[in-house]
Design a protein around this ligand. Structure first.
Ligand SMILES: CC(C)(COP(=O)(O)OP(=O)(O)OC[C@H]1O[C@@H](n2cnc3c(N)ncnc32)[C@H](O)[C@@H]1OP(=O)(O)O)[C@@H](O)C(=O)NCCC(=O)NCCS
Length: 177
């Protein structure tokens, strides 16, 4: 799978499956975005995944028909990642847990929306009938994005993140496919 689309600034975003050969660039990308906002479940230097771990993880995705990870590149550079992770047990394997990030330099260009739509389409094709995500209650831009592609509010969990001494609640959002 490979799709290309024009961003708001006219440059081209390519969305494709992550491959083992991307592992080093993926780790570099995640280490970079982890320092760019406090909206992820890990901060600067807290990702803790080596290139070797990442290679094993991507190799384990096989053909992307169960769990998958999509990369978005601009001029060959990774600028966004989105993933769906599913539990294996029969009664819950229809649920895909969604994660997404966009490099700060590229925010506001329509990339987040395209990655959400690409993830939803792929999830539907591989048998996911429910996507769940968690987002910090004060991450209003992300919440607006998720609402606009069809996610609904499903509840709030308190003390979901602890950053320094401060706790943050998460909003649970979901979409039925
Ligand atoms: C949240 C995030 C993924 C959005 O990605 P993005 O590429 O900037 O989003 P888009 O350009 O596709 O914008 C889509 C929608 O998001 C919302 N949005 C994005 N940036 C916004 C901003 N600065 N102000 C207001 N709304 C904004 C709007 O609803 C926008 O729709 P519009 O273009 O019709 O106005 C990105 O900001 C990000 O990676 N943030 C840090 C990590 C993070 O928060 N991840 C999600 C954790 S759950």
């Amino acid at each position: 799978m490979k799709t290309e689309m024009k961003m708001k600034d006219g440059r081209v975003l390519t969305i494709r499956n992550a491959e083992v050969a991307d592992a080093a660039a993926m780790v570099d990308y995640v280490n970079m975005v982890s320092g760019e906002s406090d909206n992820l479940s890990f901060g600067q230097g807290e990702f803790g995944i080596s290139v070797e771990d990442e290679m094993k993880y991507v190799a384990g995705l096989n053909d992307g028909n169960f769990n998958f990870m999509l990369l978005g590149t601009v001029d060959g550079k990774i600028v966004t990642m989105a993933s769906i992770s599913r539990p294996h047990r029969p009664r819950v394997k229809h649920i895909g847990d969604f994660g997404i990030s966009v490099a700060k330099e590229y925010w506001g260009l329509g990339i987040g929306r395209q990655m959400c739509l690409a993830t939803i389409n792929r999830a539907r094709r591989v048998g996911v009938s429910k996507i769940d995500l968690k987002v910090r209650v004060d991450n209003l831009n992300a919440i607006a994005l998720y609402e606009s592609v069809g996610f609904r509010h499903e509840g709030i969990t308190t003390r979901a993140l602890k950053i320094g001494d401060q706790y943050f609640s998460n909003l649970m959002m979901g979409i039925e496919l």
